[in-house]
Design a protein around this ligand. Structure first.
Ligand SMILES: CCCCCCCC/C=C\CC(=O)SCCNC(=O)CCNC(=O)[C@H](O)C(C)(C)COP(=O)(O)OP(=O)(O)OC[C@H]1O[C@@H](n2cnc3c(N)ncnc32)[C@H](O)[C@@H]1OP(=O)(O)O
Length: 302
């Protein structure tokens, strides 16, 4: 969306979602249950369902991957769906939520970085950077309706939104638990954390790998509201109404003013950040600990 200043929020020249499109099924449109006009038509892909409501200018975007782990395909489909809504002047806001029981988003898909070659890890990390940039700088209002567990990369998705509503269930913990997996949040994840909960709280939470249950997440400022599970969507809609009551241009320019420096920092060193990621995760010791963590997750299931 072009702004009064001529600035476009998402750096589109740097974001090339179509180049990442691989084995996705985007572009399908189907009538929502109950039928209706354009406002009731859903579109989306295998892993992202979009339910647009043209009348209110709000679309609900639902993640529907196994555990909503951020596979390369899910990242790509998210970027494309977001771009589609941003390019459609009908829309002013998106509610991001999960279609997957008990999990909002399980974070990075560890199978994308375990036992993969450096080229694949680089492609994957670029897609992660791209989604974060697009979400963090989106001109639309993004509200996260967090209806499940929200660790690590899942927390980053939520933190890229403008507002977070979390279901009050002690199992739905949120935070950056990277250190517990033996990995380190890169500077732009750390910056996003600091921008949300402040330096001291981030310093503690990042080192300890804290995953906060709802009441603590609210107290530390990681989420804006904690509500009973059956009220998450309605509360997200009320929050959306509050944000949409502000004139778009003023809100967008203010958002840009608040977030641009953080995003620019990554834009300036995107390649170096990718190199760091690849050389770190491809180390034998890191591969071993990621593999062990994945095994533990798989065994826990049985
Ligand atoms: C310079 C240095 C650079 C270093 C950069 C590091 C970048 C760091 C950025 C982000 C880090 C991450 O996001 S790492 C991922 C962190 N995620 C987690 O720790 C979550 C792990 N998962 C869970 O805790 C649970 O699965 C859950 C709470 C999300 C859901 O629990 P539930 O009981 O509902 O489901 P299961 O545990 O039975 O899992 C079902 C199924 O999903 C698989 N699974 C879960 N999470 C992941 C994942 N993140 N990646 C891949 N696969 C995952 C799990 O193994 C089960 O699989 P199967 O059905 O095949 O058994």
């Amino acid at each position: 969306m072009a702004l009064a200043s001529g600035v476009r929020f998402a750096p589109r020249a740097l974001l090339r979602p179509w180049a990442l499109l691989r084995g996705t099924t985007l572009g399908r449109t189907e009538p929502a249950a109950g039928g209706g006009g354009d406002g009731a038509r859903r579109f989306g892909s295998q892993r992202v369902l979009v339910e647009p409501d043209a009348a209110s200018g709000v679309a609900v975007m639902k993640l529907r991957n196994p555990s909503n782990a951020l596979s390369l395909e899910l990242l790509t489909e998210l970027v494309i769906s977001l771009e589609k809504l941003e390019n459609d002047k009908t829309f002013r806001g998106i509610i991001l939520t999960s279609d997957c029981p008990r999990v909002f988003c399980a974070g990075l898909d560890l199978t994308e970085i375990c036992g993969r070659n450096p080229a694949h890890c680089a492609e994957y990390w670029k897609a992660m950077q791209e989604l974060w940039l697009r979400m963090y700088l989106s001109s639309l209002v993004l509200v996260a309706a967090i209806n499940g567990a929200c660790p690590a990369g899942g927390c980053i998705i939520a933190l890229s939104c403008d507002c977070r509503v979390l279901a009050d269930n002690p199992k739905y913990r949120i935070g950056l638990n990277e250190t517990l997996l033996g990995i380190i949040a890169p500077f732009w994840l750390k910056d996003t954390y600091v921008n949300t909960i402040g330096h001291r709280a981030s310093e503690q939470a990042l080192q300890l790998g804290s995953l906060f249950p709802p009441a603590e997440a609210l107290q530390v400022g990681l989420v804006d509201q904690v509500v009973p599970e059956d009220q998450v969507q309605s509360t997200a809609l009320s929050e959306m109404a509050r944000w949409l009551a502000v004139p778009d241009h003023a809100r967008q320019l203010t958002k840009n003013m608040m977030r641009k420096a953080t995003a620019d920092r990554l834009l300036r060193q995107r390649d170096a950040d990718t190199q760091n990621f690849v050389s770190f995760v491809c180390r034998d010791s890191i591969q071993k600990s990621l593999q062990a963590y994945l095994e533990k997750l798989r065994q826990r299931k049985g």
